[in-house]
Design a protein around this ligand. Sequence first.
Ligand code: ADP
Ligand code: ADP
Length: 229
Amino acid sequence: RPSVVFDNVLFGYEKDRTILQGLSFEVPAGQNIAIVGPSGAGKSTIARLLFRFYDPWSGRILIDGQDIAQITQTSLRAALGIVPQDSVLFNETIGYNIAYGRADATQADVEAAARDAALMPLIERLPQGFDTEVGERGLKLSGGEKQRVAIARTLVKNPPILLLDEATSALDTRTEQDILATLHRVSEHRTSLSIAHRLSTIADADKILVLQDGQLAESGSHLDLLRRD
Ligand code: ADP
Ligand code: ADP
């Protein structure tokens, strides 16, 4: 059963302007699905609907077979881990910032998280400071380091579904390549939906959906889409 289903979703912010034109797609469990499209196509709107900042005019959005309109905000937030492009960190230690991904995390949890195989590729490249009391603070980190902390903070929740919303688009090209490689390692075999405006940042996706004016224009593998260009 697919983890995320958009079933004929019709939505607009204003009543005379439709943004998503009956959009349907699925994110199968364990796969990395990417949505690419020009600015204004409706990509971020998909993320906002998933979090129920807005509800569709018609159609349904399902997570693990359940209509998200029927589940609590708490379970919805537990199901979705988001990495946005401009993650905000507290001016606290790296450990504090990572532990914040779980409201109930203790120092021992942070240390355990720091040893977690899934988090290693993220954490290896950070300056010292997993202790929640001492160590490098959020505001001192570079853009790439901040994004590593933000990704680790999301992953400690172990969310069943990972939503990457332009997760690397605020970074310079070199840092972007570095974070993309890390994201590839940590998102393998994880159910994820990546939102991107450039094909080059989603080369690893199992399937790419091209969104244009709130509709799917085409879909396929990275190679399929490059061939058709
Ligand atoms: P993308 O992420 O693909 O760039 P968005 O989903 O952010 O596109 O936006 C799709 C369209 O919806 C755009 O035309 C945008 O101007 C419009 N839009 C986005 N947010 C709002 C809003 N809060 N109110 C009205 N229109 C909006
Ligand atoms: P929580 O803290 O509730 O466990 P997360 O840490 O996964 O949730 O997400 C942090 C917050 O970011 C949530 O409140 C979520 O609603 C919000 N959010 C959702 N979509 C976006 C987005 N596209 N960009 C930035 N923040 C978002």
